[in-house]
Ligand binder design. Structure first.
Ligand code: ACO
Length: 402
């Protein structure tokens, strides 16, 4: 049989696919995506049904363990999470140490990485499946506390401790927007919107951050280090950072008088580096099914909360103009999940620089599922090859001869 590795060693033969546009890195049973038809399914269940009928924590269970939970399994999962929501008191010093204007994503990746240092049991090699599961539960539990504390600290407010009798999403809202002593009654519209947004972001197969989590985890790095790396990957404006960039762009267009045609022309101008943020996707070349659900949710929430939003009007106008423009049509550029999510986050009361952190909170179960699957598949360390194009060989030149 042909031994490819031998061939590679002897002739320098490697496949080259910069950006992995057509290279599968793994076999996965978590998320199915058909970019041409605009289909997204978690473990075989359509994103439309899950967004409409499920909750974030149930979807987390589905992604991580592969099946929808029974009532008893869900109760147990929720209970396990609720007893791990506290973070070590000394970790509060991290939040005190960050400058008040430091970006929440920088804080999130460092604090999640630091969870490993506060939790030495997670560093043991050869953890049993039960021990791994405990770390998974702890991570889900502590993530919502950490995210809310980042927000509270940015305001200069005291942090709010978790209330374990609340469900995951309400507890998160309580720690973020609640009062110190009493539990505020959150409008079910707000709780539902938050659940929906988190579900829509929960996984997206081998995207940049999930691939990062898998590749870091493939070196046997602990789960906190792997997820922290995924958070850093998500931060970039071409990935999760786009949701912040979209709102900033829409605000700029609003201040500029709302001339959407002018900004579309700018996006098409190849000499101008500006891109229409929230448009285009590496895989979806028809439409992003998440964007459809979010657009509708956005309309519903603003109506129910009685908010008139000029930025939403600009977003809709941009979409309308772009979808008729041959530049966008030919390149199959459609609104992606980030185009409307920021408008909902704003309506719920989140500041712009928290948007990508909220994406990370939603994506956490997906990253965990990808990390766990990679471990269970016993995948080898990820290590791409390259085609060397640099200088072949030369002699060292002493400093005085350069
Ligand atoms: N505005 C204007 N032109 C665009 C845009 C855009 N948003 N997106 C792509 N194009 C153009 C490119 O200039 C290129 O044109 P060309 O063929 O004339 O050179 C063509 O469309 C193909 O674009 P690529 O960058 O090659 O497509 P790729 O698949 O590599 O990139 C990406 C996808 C990064 C999402 C890109 O569409 C983009 O930058 N979009 C804006 C940022 C954004 O919204 N990111 C969020 C993605 S979703 C997520 O991560 C959750």
């Amino acid at each position: 049989a042909l031994d490819i590795s031998k061939l590679r060693d002897e002739s320098g033969y490697v496949t080259l696919d910069i950006g992995y546009k057509n290279t599968g890195a793994t076999k996965s049973a978590i998320t199915f995506l058909d970019g041409e038809k605009g289909i997204l399914k978690y473990r075989g269940y359509s994103i439309e049904q899950l967004a409409e009928q499920s909750t974030f924590i149930e979807v987390a269970y589905l992604l991580i363990y592969g099946e929808l939970p029974t009532a008893a399994q869900l109760k147990e999962f929720e209970h396990e999470i609720s007893i791990h929501t506290l973070v070590h008191e000394d970790m509060k010093k991290f939040f005190d140490g960050f400058p008040s204007n430091s970006h929440p994503m920088g804080q999130l990746s460092s604090v999640v990485g630091a969870l490993a240092a506060f939790n030495p049991a997670s560093l043991k090699q050869g953890l049993s499946p039960e021990e791994i599961n405990t770390e998974i539960i702890k991570l889900i539990a502590k993530m919502s506390t950490v995210v809310s504390w980042i927000y509270k600290k940015s305001l200069g407010h005291p942090v709010i401790y978790p209330q374990n009798k609340l469900d995951y999403v309400t507890n998160f809202l309580h720690m973020t927007f609640g009062q110190r002593t009493e539990v505020v009654d959150f409008d079910p519209v707000v709780v539902n919107a938050m659940n929906k947004l988190l579900i829509l972001h929960a996984d997206h197969e081998q995207n940049c951050s999930a691939s990062t989590v898998r590749i870091v985890g493939s070196s046997d790095a602990n789960i906190y280090a792997s997820i922290s790396a995924g958070i850093s990957a998500l931060w970039g404006p071409l990935h999760g950072g786009a949701n912040q960039a979209v709102i900033e762009m829409l605000e700029k267009i609003k201040l500029d008088g709302g001339d959407t045609e002018k900004w579309i022309a700018k996006a098409k101008d190849k000499k101008d580096p500006f891109r229409l943020m929230g448009f285009g996707h590496r895989v979806y070349k028809n439409f992003d099914p998440r964007a459809k659900i979010i657009k509708k949710a956005c309309d519903d929430i603003l109506e129910k909360l009685g908010i008139n939003n000029e930025v939403l009007d600009i977003a809709k106008k941009l979409e309308e103009v772009a979808l008729k423009d041959p530049y966008f049509v030919q390149r199959k550029l459609y609104p992606n999940v980030d185009f409307y999510s920021g408008i909902i986050y704003t309506a719920l009361g989140f500041p712009t620089d928290m948007f990508t952190v909220l994406f990370a909170l939603g994506r956490l179960p997906g990253w965990i599922a990808q990390w766990k699957e990679m471990k269970e598949n016993k995948e080898p360390i990820g290590r791409p090859r390259q085609i060397y194009v640099g200088v072949k060989s030369r002699d060292y030149v002493p400093m005085d001869k350069r």
